[in-house]
Design a protein around this ligand. Structure first.
Ligand SMILES: *[C@@H]1O[C@H](CO)[C@@H](O)[C@H](O)[C@H]1NC(C)=O
Ligand SMILES: *[C@@H]1O[C@H](CO)[C@@H](O)[C@H](O)[C@H]1NC(C)=O
Ligand SMILES: *[C@@H]1O[C@H](CO)[C@@H](O)[C@H](O)[C@H]1NC(C)=O
Ligand SMILES: *[C@@H]1O[C@H](CO)[C@@H](O)[C@H](O)[C@H]1NC(C)=O
Ligand SMILES: *[C@@H]1O[C@H](CO)[C@@H](O)[C@H](O)[C@H]1NC(C)=O
Length: 368
C-alpha cells in the first residue's frame, strides 16, 4: 500500500485541512436568524481516476454542514442553478413535530427559495438531502443541532457513495434490468480512501491531541447499504441516534447504521500516538475487502513514526448470504424510497428539528 507516499503528502493535506477548517462562530447571540445560502449546481470532481460532473450544493460533496441551536430558527436560501427541479428534504427527526411546510420544498431551475426551519429542543445530528434518489446521492449534508453555541466541537462524518457512471443512469438501469445498482466506492466525507484507486491524496484526516475527546457526527447517506463504522483501537461512545440523545449512552467498537441513520459518537484519543484507520463498509471482516471499504485517518499530533500502513479496526464479518441478498435489498430500498417520498411529500406529520448550518469542515477540530 502506498501509505509511505501518502504520509509524505500529509503536509499538503494538512494545509487543505486548515483551509477547510471553519470554526463555528455563534452568529445567533442576538435574536436574528442565521442565514445559510445553498447554490445547487453541477461541479466537476476527480474520483477513482476519472473526472465527472455531479450535482452539488456550493460545489461541495458532501454538501455544507448546517449548525443550529435547539429552538433556533435558521433561514435557508436555496438557489437552483441546475437543469432539473430539486426538492430539498430536511431534517427528519422521529417522534417530534416539525411544521410540514418546512420538511421539503421544491426549487425550480433558475429560482431561489427561502425557507425558515425551526428545530425544536433536542441535540443531535440530522441531515438534509435532495428527495430525488439520484440527486440525493451527491446533494446531501449534515444538520447538527447544538444545545448551546460552542458547547461541542465536532466532526461531521458523512458516509456516502461514488458512481463512475451517471447516478441517474445507474438507478434507471437497475430499475430496467433488475441488476445491481452498486456504487464503485463508499466514501467518508466524499473521499473513497486508500483502498480505492487514485484516492490516496484526498483521504479525509482528523488530527487529534492525546487525551482529548472528539464528537463524530456520523450519517449514513449511502443509497441502499447498511454500513458498519469503526476506528482502529478506539471505542466509540454513542450518545445520540437519529438526531435525539439516547437515554443510555453505550460504548462499542463499531456502530451499525442503516440508510439515512445518524449516530453521535464520542471517542477519546487515548492510544499510542500513531495513525489509525477509521473505516466504513458493508461487510468488513479481518481481511477487509478492499473494494468495499472506505477509509479515513485519525492522526495523533506529535513526533513519532507512524505505522505504515495505519492500523485497521476489526468490524463484524457477515455470512456470504448477506451479499447475495443485495439485489432484493435494492428493490426493497427503492420501494422504500418511493414510499417514503410519497409519505413525506404528502401526509406525514414528520418530526423534524431545524438547526443552523455551517460550511462543511475537515479535521483540525478543537477538542471537547
Ligand atoms: C431577543 O428576544 C427576547 C425575548 O423574545 C428579548 O427580550 C430580547 O431583547 C431580544 N434580544 C435582541 C438582541 O433582540
Ligand atoms: C418542475 O416542477 C414544476 C412544479 O411541479 C413543474 O410544473 C415543472 O414541469 C417541473 N419541471 C421539470 C423540468 O420537471
Ligand atoms: C421567516 O422568518 C423571518 C424572521 O426571521 C420572518 O420575517 C419571515 O416572515 C419568515 N418567513 C416565513 C415564510 O415564515
Ligand atoms: C473498549 O471497551 C471495552 C469494553 O468496555 C474495554 O474492555 C476496552 O478496554 C476498551 N478499549 C479501549 C481502547 O478503550
Ligand atoms: C477488487 O476489484 C478488482 C478489480 O475490479 C478485482 O480484480 C479484485 O479481485 C477485487 N478484490 C476483491 C477482494 O474483491
Amino acid at each position: 500500500m502506498a501509505f509511505q507516499k501518502q504520509a509524505m503528502k500529509a503536509n499538503t493535506s494538512l494545509v487543505l485541512v486548515i483551509f477547510f477548517a471553519v470554526q463555528y462562530t455563534a452568529s445567533t447571540q442576538n435574536n436574528r436568524s442565521t442565514i445559510f445560502h445553498f447554490v445547487i449546481e453541477e461541479t466537476s470532481f476527480e474520483r477513482l481516476c476519472q473526472s465527472k460532473k455531479i450535482l452539488t450544493v456550493n460545489g461541495q460533496f458532501p454538501g455544507p454542514t448546517i449548525y443550529a441551536r435547539a429552538g433556533e430558527t435558521v433561514v435557508l436560501d436555496v438557489e437552483n442553478r441546475g437543469k432539473d427541479n430539486v426538492t430539498i428534504f430536511c431534517c427528519k427527526r422521529e417522534g417530534k413535530h416539525l411544521k410540514s411546510d418546512q420538511v421539503n420544498w421544491l426549487i425550480e431551475p433558475g429560482f431561489k427559495v427561502r425557507k425558515n426551519i425551526t428545530i425544536f429542543d433536542k441535540e443531535g445530528t440530522l441531515w438534509w438531502h435532495a428527495m430525488n434518489i439520484w440527486q440525493s446521492a451527491t446533494v446531501h449534508g449534515a444538520f447538527i443541532v447544538h444545545s448551546k453555541p460552542g458547547a461541542t466541537y465536532d466532526i461531521p462524518i458523512i458516509l456516502g457513495e461514488w458512481w463512475k457512471k451517471d447516478v441517474k443512469e445507474a438507478v434507471l438501469d437497475y430499475i430496467d434490468s433488475g441488476g445491481d445498482v452498486n456504487s464503485d466506492a463508499f466514501t467518508v466525507n466524499g473521499q473513497p480512501g486508500v483502498f480505492y484507486p487514485c484516492s490516496n491524496n484526498g483521504i479525509f484526516r482528523v488530527v487529534v491531541n492525546t487525551g482529548k475527546t472528539y464528537l463524530l457526527r456520523v450519517v449514513n447517506a449511502a443509497m441502499s447499504k447498511t454500513l458498519y463504522f469503526g476506528i482502529a483501537r478506539h471505542n466509540l461512545t454513542v450518545v445520540a441516534m437519529d438526531g435525539s440523545p439516547i437515554t443510555k449512552p453505550f460504548t462499542t467498537d463499531y456502530v451499525k447504521l442503516s440508510i439515512q441513520q445518524s449516530a453521535d459518537c464520542i471517542f477519546e484519543a487515548n492510544q499510542q500516538p500513531n495513525y489509525y484507520y477509521m473505516v466504513a463498509g458493508t461487510n468488513v471482516g479481518q481481511t477487509h475487502d478492499m473494494n468495499k471499504t472506505t477509509t479515513a485517518i485519525i492522526e495523533y499530533q506529535g513526533n513519532y513514526t507512524p505505522s505504515s500502513p495505519p492500523l485497521l479496526p476489526l468490524l463484524p464479518n457477515f455470512s456470504p448470504n448477506y451479499d447475495k441478498s443485495s439485489s432484493r435489498n435494492y428493490l426493497n430500498v427503492i420501494m422504500t424510497f418511493v414510499i417514503l417520498g410519497l409519505l413525506f411529500c404528502t401526509a406525514l406529520v414528520v418530526v423534524w428539528n431545524r438547526r443552523p448550518r455551517r460550511p462543511h469542515r475537515s479535521a483540525m477540530v478543537t477538542p471537547l
